[in-house]
Design a binder for this molecule. Structure first.
Ligand SMILES: NC(=O)c1ccc[n+]([C@@H]2O[C@H](COP(=O)([O-])OP(=O)(O)OC[C@H]3O[C@@H](n4cnc5c(N)ncnc54)[C@H](O)[C@@H]3O)[C@@H](O)[C@H]2O)c1
Ligand SMILES: O=C(O)[C@H](O)COP(=O)(O)O
Length: 613
């Protein structure tokens, strides 16, 4: 796919319309090497806090598509509601392929920017590897993300989003339906009648009213089940190590320990996620602690039950009945003893399968995926920090500043000296709790890592990438006597224990230091080593260290002018009059080697460096 990296100017409206920001900021053209496997479409850097009149003149990096080919491709591998597909089709080429084998999925994934799945598609590490960097979002049209290898997604910089709320009620209703159907033998009696029998004595059930129900996992589905069970006259207890007791109290459920829940309940309904802690938490030992004749409902995940142990507990009467919507392996084998057991009622993972829930889930996931591909940070991101829109909006210019400072700092390092320690110092009048720096840290990492590697860094994989490269990033806060209305006064990036190709960037402590501030919404470089400068961080920068004397600006300016290099800014910082000074020159074009050589030949110039932003 042919994509031209180009510098464009965004209209004030485009910049202010969306309070959102770049989980996938495009690499800046200076360091960019496009491969045909990663498509890019407009990803904008928001500058909402800026004066629109000024915004219109700010260059914003956009990777503009050269043709309609640049539409992203979204693979939908399991049935998705029509309303969600419409949202997707209005934005992307949508490939609905509902019965792909794993092999077919691996073959198709390198052509896709996003993948939307339900619980039936295994999004394994192999899938991310096969995507060769193009896959940027996996959308799970539902809650459980245990079929997505989150670690692999994060390592590959791929955002995973889910739709956590739209099927809650459907799952809770299915739990209640299974409980009632099991207690009254509805499925077995139905099958018996259809076989021509009339067995009124065989299918005598048990009542729900007055019975104790233990809800295991008091989250969204669990609490809705509890609410409905209260309406049926049940006594509801719940176990959830992380649930607030006031939420349980408000519903009239009592939070108890695991052992108390399972040993006192007549019915146990499972609503926890499948995690390493909950895997097979219902096993021989825990079945042994239950009341004889207990009844179990599972609409959570099959893997929380040791299924062989459940068959034994059913056979020996510890468990009188079970109603199961989910299984360790789906679909389970046709001769599964559990599925075939006469005291077990089963459904094929139908918890979320109502028309209403599927339409809701489809819209929820389609909007999240489109938003993420557009550069917004999804509110339902599973493997990236969720930064509220207001925070994103006010930090936007600082995000640009952070990346540029990282990019500048790394270019000042002399070849051969590896970077290990990065210290970021934020000067702010805000209380530390009111300043979320995760985004800034991620962007500094991006700025440092991208110019020296082929890794694509974003908010999802920034911390992981830093760790992988042995880059220790520490953060410090310095309190500033300004207005807390302004999030930050300055950001400093310190690279420790390195040598610099520009000695002027080394501070006394033997570190490279660059500092920046946002002025009128525009990022500025304000300190290099121990020299104060003031140059807006746009285009490219030449730093010259020289003996402070009259006429230097004119001499260097003349050299650049005669080579047709446009100077946007010049700023001189010095330690003391007539001693050392640093000249920071913003240039729109990249000077040729000959031009740079001429600058180096000016007698008072002691060193200089050309830096791409
Ligand atoms: N059958 C279906 O079609 C269907 C539909 C929706 C949800 N689900 C599944 O239902 C489960 C719950 O979904 P949800 O939306 O309520 O999720 P949720 O995150 O809102 O709730 C899960 C709750 O489990 C609790 N929990 C975590 N570890 C626990 C433990 N060791 N013991 C007890 N509680 C623990 C959490 O604190 C949380 O409150 C998930 O496994 C989800 O995948 C299934
Ligand atoms: O986790 C979920 O959302 C449910 O298990 C539903 O899964 P499904 O989308 O495959 O029906």
């Amino acid at each position: 796919m042919a994509i031209a990296p180009s510098k464009c100017f965004l209209s004030p409206k485009a910049l202010t319309d969306r309070p959102s920001i770049l989980p996938f900021p495009a690499k800046s053209p200076s360091s960019l090497s496009f491969t045909s496997s990663r498509s890019n479409f407009p990803i904008q850097t928001l500058r909402k806090s800026l004066d629109p009149a000024k915004i219109s003149t700010l260059p914003v990096e956009i990777h503009a598509a050269t043709s309609s080919e640049a539409k992203p491709t979204i693979l939908v591998s399991e049935k998705l509601g029509e309303a969600g597909l419409e949202v997707l089709r209005s934005f992307a080429d949508v490939d609905c392929s509902y019965s792909l084998s794993q092999e077919d999925l691996l073959a198709r994934i390198p052509l896709c920017d996003a993948l939307i799945v339900r619980s039936g598609t295994q999004v394994t590490r192999e899938v991310f590897e096969a995507a060769k960097g193009r896959l940027r979002v996996v959308g799970r049209a539902g809650v459980g993300i245990d079929n997505v290898d989150l670690q692999a997604a994060t390592e590959h910089g791929c955002l995973v989003v889910n739709a956590p709320t739209a099927n809650t009620v459907a799952a809770a209703e299915h739990g209640i339906a299974l409980m009632a159907a099991m207690a009254r033998n509805v499925a077995a009696a139905d099958a018996s009648m259809k076989a021509g029998k009339w067995q009124r004595n065989k299918y005598v059930g048990v009542s729900l009213v007055g019975k104790t129900l233990a809800v295991m996992g008091f989250g969204k589905v669990g609490s809705e089940v509890a609410r409905r069970a209260k309406g049926l006259g049940m006594h509801v207890i719940a176990h959830d190590p992380y649930a607030p007791s006031d939420r349980a109290r408000a519903i009239g459920a009592e939070l108890v320990s695991f052992d108390e829940a399972i040993s006192t309940a007549d019915f146990i309904s499972l609503h926890m996620p499948l995690t390493p802690t909950t895997s097979k938490v219902f096993n021989d030992e825990t079945f042994g602690k239950m009341k004889k004749g207990v009844r179990i409902i599972n609409v959570a995940r099959g893997g929380v039950i040791d299924e062989d142990a459940l068959v034994r507990a059913l056979d020996n009467g510890t468990v009188a009945q079970a109603a199961l919507d989910v299984f360790t392996v789906e679909p389970p084998s046709k001769d599964s003893k559990l599925v075939q057991h006469e005291n077990v009622t089963v459904t094929p993972h139908l918890g979320a399968s109502t028309k209403e829930a599927q339409e809701g889930v489809a819209i929820e996931i389609a909007e999240a995926v489109v938003g993420a591909l557009n550069g917004e940070l999804a509110a339902t991101a599973v493997n990236a920090p969720m930064v509220p829109a207001e925070v994103l909006s006010e930090l936007a210019p600082y995000v640009v500043l952070a990346e540029k400072l990282g990019r500048l700092a790394v270019q000042l390092v002399a070849g051969g000296s590896g970077i290990k320690g990065v210290k970021v110092v934020y000067s702010s009048a805000r209380d530390p709790d009111d300043l979320d720096t995760r985004l800034l840290r991620a962007m500094i990492t991006k700025g440092i890592v991208e110019p020296i590697s082929s890794v694509f860094v974003n908010l999802v994989n920034a911390d992981y990438t830093a760790k992988q490269r042995g880059l220790r990033i520490s953060e410090e806060r310095v309190s500033h006597d300004g207005s807390p209305e302004v999030p930050l006064d300055s950001i400093q990036v310190h690279l420790g224990n390195v040598e610099s190709k520009f000695a002027g960037a080394m501070a006394d402590a033997g570190e490279i230091i660059v500092e920046g501030r946002v002025k009128d919404g525009i990022p500025h470089l304000t300190l290099v080593g121990s020299f104060s400068v003031d140059v807006s961080l746009e285009g490219n920068i030449i730093l010259c260290r020289q003996v402070d004397q009259p006429g230097m600006i004119g001499k260097v300016g003349n050299i650049l002018g005669s080579s047709n290099v446009n100077v946007s800014f010049m700023s001189v910082g010095r330690t003391a009059a007539r001693k050392q000074a640093i000249m920071a020159i913003g240039v729109d074009e990249e000077p040729t080697k000959e031009t740079l050589k001429k600058i180096g030949e000016v007698p008072a110039v002691e060193e200089f460096v050309f830096l791409k932003l």
